[in-house]
Write a protein that binds this ligand. Sequence first.
Ligand SMILES: [Zn+2]
Length: 154
Amino acid sequence: MTAKTFEELSKENQELVRSAIKVRSHAYVPQSGYQVGSALRVRGNDTIFVGCNVENAIYLASHAEQVAITNAVAALGGEPKPYIESIAIALFTEGGLHAFPCGFCRQMINEFGSEETIVIGVLINQQGDIQSLEQTTLGELLPYSFGSHYFIQE
Ligand SMILES: [Zn+2]
């Protein structure tokens, strides 16, 4: 995990961070009030796919990363699988704690990424200004991962 400044990110990843921060404000979170935005880029495509978390009355939430991945698959199709090169998540926490995708979302990213997939956690303040950035890889967040290659026969 590496702390970065915004300027140290590649131009492409700066765009991802901006998109994740922007879409965060669209989150629908009547239960938790915890808004998360996510943006990702897939190999061979310039489109940035975004997602925000969406809750409902039975407390089953769609997570921002899950929504961004679903949007990419909906736009591009699942075959061949879109490959996630990098994904950013943006959020605000009361205590200023840094956060990365939850376990479920790490598994979702793994389905369409690899251990080299770049994951950028963006901590913002209530005004949406960047407080800190951490860059890591899915391999660091989900070591010894289980993937569909275990049960798909080629
Ligand atoms: Zn999640």
